[in-house]
Design a protein. Structure first.
Length: 143
């Protein structure tokens, strides 16, 4: 039986790989490729956030009566969305230096955010949803 931790960590890595490809395209000033890859990254991250915000976080909060963790993570999602938007604008405007600066900030924030989810929330969710993990992952569209 899959675990929330494993499935969602895999999705984090998938998003990271797409971002790395977009960043490489920016360093090569291949703006069309960068725009395509960054859009793919943006869509993947937004899908991931929506799965968490509409399915996992509410279900976890209802099951455990603990909202402090999910509230903090949702706040981080909003901050990350702003940086992602700004980085996308840098690509549209072919602003390599500005994008790379945003990318550094984004990578740092994503690493910290993902670590919190992977070491805290997902492991706690796996425990909270013991027999219902498959159902939860199905609701999120992950299996």
């Amino acid at each position: 039986m899959p675990k929330i931790t494993d499935v969602m960590t895999h999705d984090h890595k998938r998003c990271d790989e797409i971002f790395a490809q977009a960043e490489e395209a920016v360093t090569q000033e291949d703006w069309d490729k960068a725009a395509t890859l960054f859009k793919e990254f943006e869509d993947a991250v937004e899908h991931h956030f929506i799965m968490e915000e509409t399915v996992l976080f509410p279900a976890y909060t209802q099951k455990t009566n603990l909202s402090s963790v999910t509230d903090a993570l949702m706040n981080e999602h909003m901050q990350l969305r702003i940086i992602i938007f700004e980085a996308g604008e840098n690509i549209k405007n072919k602003e390599q230096e500005q994008f790379l600066g945003q990318a550094e900030t984004l990578i740092t924030m994503l690493q910290q955010h993902n670590r919190k989810e992977e070491t805290k929330l997902y492991t706690m969710a796996d425990s909270a949803f013991r027999g219902d993990v498959d159902e939860m992952l199905t609701k999120m569209g992950m299996i």
